[in-house]
Design a protein around this ligand. Structure first.
Ligand code: GCU
Length: 711
């Protein structure tokens, strides 16, 4: 009956993974209810109150019992929350040795007996750690784990764990597929949408501690007084959840809103302007985090407009932020189609010589791969190449190149592939995650950024499974060594169901989904062959546009001999930017993993692949296999009818249908187009597409989401 009643309740996805529905297993409910019937909070702060509120909300929902929040320990079954400063009980527990290892955000969570009463303690050095520990305890309850003999301690491996919102002030979201921006700038600061708090709760639950509110293609208006008041209102909502706000700084702001005639970073008047502006920001937001900056990239202004370097630009802002402990995240995503050089090489060429030239409060923010968030890329050559500079990694959670909010693609395996890649910068074992967590080059300042997939859709992310990518980003930002499967397991249990069959099926779908998408979009190392500008659907035929480096033919280089971008010494030489061991791995057709073959090599259509097929045959097989595998995902999903709440069941079912149709669109377009170069038949056993190439080439999607509508 309980099952039936929980299934009957409409589930719109709003609660994300923080669903606190009554636990069906009565024994477990009783165990939790008796172990956790009261919360002791001896001294309050906004953060500690947020923690206690969340725990009581969760316990009430999960066990049906509302725990008392007391200032004193009274009976057994109590959770004591706090820091040695805020809690005399915790101060009396002799935790100093333990706590000394936990830093500002770590926590310990353990069972103990206090004054003869069985208790659970969540202790930390700072309130934020208590908040994270509380969410950890809630996660244990949501995933049916025992709380009898708890003994855990955790501390985040990366310091700045930040969402980057590409949100514009008109509420459009660049590459956003889940509606409009959450930030209702027009009504701020007077109207505080309750979603702001739920957004903060969700982030805190996975350890995210920063939010860049605005698009990297920025608008200087955000730095004006009326907008700073709005920013302050958001910061006030986020603060109790340990989240700092950051903004994007438009480099030409001194000219656009400051009335100066230049934005030259070495000009004294410009320095003075930024100093005053930044001092002003801190009057509104005393714990303002700092800036993310896109400069001299894709038309954005920057220091190079004045013949200065990226370091000059970053240091200008860093100097003004330093007295307030603010930081700069200066993006390395730079390339110029007027520079006659492989786009994949340009960021390295620009930034590597600047190693050691940045102020201490600057991180250089590097995308996971050298091109642009493709379904598969090798790791960016800047990882490991700038030992004197803190490098923070940028992932894209929003699925610009992975099927928008329509395709089920679990991104943890993509994130992990990059984090676990070995740069060999300091010999074997110099993994990207060690560059990012600062351990490889001994940096204290560390960071990770994820381009958010959040909008004002009721379920936040558009696709119910896109929520998993927000979740996975947060979990990996906290600990990049967690594995994709564990994270999927947690998320499924918290979001959908704990029934073993459901968990098993969804896990296998999620874990396979990224590779399936690679197969039907860009197998074997192909990249950037999607539709012009909006990046929706296949567009391998895109050519003759104002920028060659935004066309598909620039990347796949298909001709009658073969296909792929030669980045070896015989080609663009991009491979030279990696350590010798990495070069060795990728430099020959024999040693290069097939997943990246066409990224690094121009390969003959007749080249023999590991499967024994020719490259042409293998390419076709991958496209067909990708599309067929979506059918497999549909089959597994459909078998869960009745085990998933009806609303989300139907929604995902419909989205998988769209995904299958779009996978067929990709498959048919790409095999027919590449066939015009290979001149070969589609291999026997694979049904040829039922429409000619011209049909696919003519399809237009002028209103595909994710780019500013032209009203
Ligand atoms: C991609 C994306 C742009 C974005 C850019 C960036 O090119 O298509 O919309 O502005 O990345 O990261 O700056």
């Amino acid at each position: 009956m309980l099952l039936a009643s929980s299934l009957a309740k409409a589930e719109d996805g709003y609660r994300l993974w923080l669903r606190y529905d009554l636990i069906e297993n009565a024994n477990l409910r009783t165990e939790y209810a008796s172990a956790l019937n009261a919360i002791v909070l001896e001294r309050e702060s906004d953060v500690l109150k947020a923690a206690a509120y969340e725990l009581s909300l969760a316990l009430n929902g999960l066990t049906g019992i509302t725990p008392k929040i007391n200032k004193f320990l009274s009976g057994a079954g109590t959770v004591v929350l706090g820091t040695p400063e805020s809690s005399p009980i915790i101060a009396s527990l002799n935790l100093s040795e333990k706590l000394s290892q936990l830093g500002a955000e770590g926590y310990c969570l353990f069972s103990t007996t206090i004054k003869g009463k069985k208790s659970i303690v969540i202790a930390a050095n700072k309130d934020a750690g208590v908040l994270y520990g509380t969410f950890h305890l809630i996660r244990l309850l949501q995933t049916s784990q025992s709380v009898k003999n708890l003994s855990q301690q955790h501390t985040p491996k990366i310091q700045h764990r930040i969402l980057n919102h590409w949100d514009n002030l008109d509420r459009t979201v660049e590459r956003g597929y889940a509606g409009f921006s959450l930030w209702d700038w027009h009504k701020l600061p007077d109207y505080i949408d309750p979603r702001y708090r739920d957004y903060a709760r969700a982030n805190a639950s996975i350890g995210i501690n920063g939010s860049v509110l605005t698009n990297v293609n920025s608008n200087a208006q955000i730095l004006t007084e009326p907008y700073l008041r709005k920013v302050a209102a958001l910061a006030n909502v986020f603060r109790p959840y340990g989240i700092k706000v950051y903004l994007t700084a438009r480099f030409s702001a001194p000219v656009e809103i400051g009335g100066l005639s230049t934005a030259d970073p070495l000009d004294p008047a410009v320095k003075e302007w930024w100093k005053k502006k930044i001092d002003e920001i801190y009057t509104y937001v005393p714990d303002f985090g700092g800036f993310a900056v896109k400069a001299n990239s894709e038309g954005q202004p920057g220091p190079q407009n004045y013949n200065r370097t990226h370091a000059d630009g970053a240091n200008l802002l860093a100097d003004a932020l330093a007295p307030h402990n603010g930081i700069v995240m200066w993006r390395a995503f730079v390339y110029d189609n007027k520079v006659p050089e492989d786009r994949a090489k340009q960021a390295y060429n620009e930034f590597k010589p600047l190693d050691g030239k940045f102020r201490e409060n600057v991180m250089v923010q590097v995308k996971n791969g050298p091109i642009d968030f493709q379904p598969r890329e090798p790791f960016h050559p800047l990882f490991g190449a700038m030992p004197q500079t803190p490098i923070n990694i940028e992932f894209q959670i929003t699925q610009e190149y992975l099927g928008f909010a329509t395709h089920l693609v679990y991104l943890a395996p993509l994130f992990k592939e990059c984090l676990n890649a070995d740069t060999y910068a300091k010999g074997k074992g110099s993994f990207v995650y060690k560059v990012v967590d600062g351990s490889l080059d001994n940096h204290q300042l560390t960071g990770i950024a994820g381009v958010a997939n959040i909008g004002n859709d009721r379920n936040w992310c558009g696709h119910p499974f896109a929520q998993a990518n927000w979740f996975a980003f947060g979990r990996l930002a906290w600990d990049p060594t967690l594995n994709s499967e564990t994270i999927a397991d947690e998320w499924i249990r918290m979001t959908f169901s704990q029934e073993p069959e459901v968990v098993k099926s969804l896990k296998s779908v999620m874990l396979a989904s990224r590779e399936i998408t690679v197969n039907y979009m860009t197998p074997l190392g192909l990249h950037h062959i999607m539709g012009w500008d909006h990046h929706y659907g296949p567009g391998p035929w895109i050519k003759d546009k104002p920028r060659a480096d935004w066309t598909s033919v620039y990347y796949h280089k298909a001709d009658s001999f073969g296909i792929g971008f030669d980045r070896t010494k015989n080609g663009s030489g991009a491979l030279d930017q990696y350590a010798p061991e990495v070069q060795k791995q990728y430099s020959t057709l024999e040693s290069c993993p097939e997943e990246l073959l066409l990224w690094f090599h121009h390969v003959s259509w007749d080249h023999k692949m590991n499967s024994g097929r020719t490259l042409w045959e293998e390419l076709c097989h991958r496209y067909y296999q990708g599309a067929d595998s979506v059918k497999w995902m549909q089959k597994l999903w459909n078998a869960l009818e009745g085990k998933i709440d009806p609303d989300r069941f139907v929604q995902v079912k419909s989205l998988l249908n769209i995904q299958h149709n779009e996978a067929l669109l990709w498959r048919n377009s790409c095999v027919l187009y590449f066939q015009t170069f290979s001149g070969k038949e589609i291999p026997a056993g694979l049904d040829p597409p039922d429409k000619p190439l011209s049909y696919y080439e003519k399809l237009q999607f002028p209103f595909a989401p994710g780019i500013r509508p032209k009203w």
